[in-house]
Design a protein around this ligand. Structure first.
Ligand code: PMP
Length: 303
């Protein structure tokens, strides 16, 4: 993965990639007090286009508000900065990473008075998960209890939970992990939401113990509008996984990734998501057509 591009956008300036530096005594480095977004852009017949940029920036501002980070720019300014950094990066297809964080001049947990920094970078990024049906394991770590932190915000400190899951499942040879919530119901992947399919209907965990918002909502909308498939919010126990025909992960980075198997307590449950004419693959095709700008009905989602 080559993450080096000519510029980084920092507090309204474009700086050379090599000049992007921060002090060791940066508040967020010590306490996980930065908020971030992951946004994809794709080549289209008419310039690279950023998918659902506005919604990502809405979430960035929401996450910042949770930590009382005051972003000294408007949403429109950040949206324009994202567009500008893609244009200046000479990358056609990749990932945008806006980051807002408590910087220097303050130590101790109370973050106020630390300088707030806003940084946006864009780099070339291909597939996040393997480009084949994947093997998933239910992690020994649970998703954080929704009363321990705001689950709707994308805050770096909370990602400690997700990193532990990744370390655990990769060590055991799985492609990705799956977290249960504090009650033992299926919640989400460490960087993805999850859907199951049975009798041509989608099932997905309800909001509360998962990161809500962008790809999950996109999938529910396009499954209904393009394929006539409804979604039911469901509480799913690992013991009930056998009831489903298919399963797939969704997320900005993961896009739509059909799941081959889920392992729980050494038992492996297989799904038909990988079959050529599976519903998971149909949904994936609809999604990829939209992000590559090949479906004009959804061109409003592209910037
Ligand atoms: N859950 C978690 C924990 C995530 O980190 C992500 C990636 N942002 C997702 C779900 C998927 O969210 P989105 O579709 O909004 O990118």
């Amino acid at each position: 993965m080559n993450i080096k591009t000519p510029y980084i956008w920092e507090n309204w300036k474009f700086i050379d990639w090599d000049d992007a530096k921060d002090h060791n005594l940066t508040h967020s480095l010590h306490y996980g007090t930065w908020v971030f977004e992951g946004i994809r852009f794709y080549p289209t017949s008419n310039w690279p286009k950023i998918f659902r940029l506005k919604e990502h920036i809405d979430r960035l501002f929401y996450s910042a508000s949770v930590l009382e980070l005051e972003i000294p720019f408007t949403k429109e300014e950040i949206i324009q900065a994202c567009i500008d950094i893609v244009a200046k990066s000479w990358v056609e297809m990749g990932y945008l990473r806006p980051l807002v964080y408590y910087g220097t001049w303050k130590m101790g947990l109370y973050p106020k008075w630390a300088k707030v920094n806003t940084v946006i970078s864009a780099w070339n990024w291909g597939k996040y998960l393997a480009d084949r049906p994947i093997d998933v394991k239910i992690s020994k770590y649970k998703r954080m209890h929704p009363e321990t932190a705001d689950m709707n915000a994308k805050v770096s400190g909370g990602y400690y939970n997700n990193v532990l899951v990744s370390l655990e499942v990769h060590k055991e040879g799985f492609d990705e992990g799956l977290l249960l919530d504090y009650e033992g119901y299926i919640a989400e992947g460490p960087g993805e939401n999850i859907f199951f399919i049975k009798d041509n209907k989608l099932f997905t965990p309800a909001l509360w113990t998962i990161l809500p918002w962008i790809t999950r909502a996109t999938i529910m909308q396009i499954a209904k509008e393009k394929l006539g498939i409804d979604t039911e919010k469901a509480k799913i126990l690992p013991e009930n996984l056998k009831d489903f025909d298919e399963a797939f992960f969704v997320g900005t980075a993961a896009e739509v990734t059909p799941i081959w198997s889920i392992t729980y307590n050494s038992e492996k449950i297989n799904f038909k998501s990988w079959e050529k004419d599976s519903t998971s693959n149909k949904i994936k095709d609809v999604y990829m057509n939209i992000v590559y700008g090949r479906d004009w009905e959804y061109s409003d989602w592209l910037s």
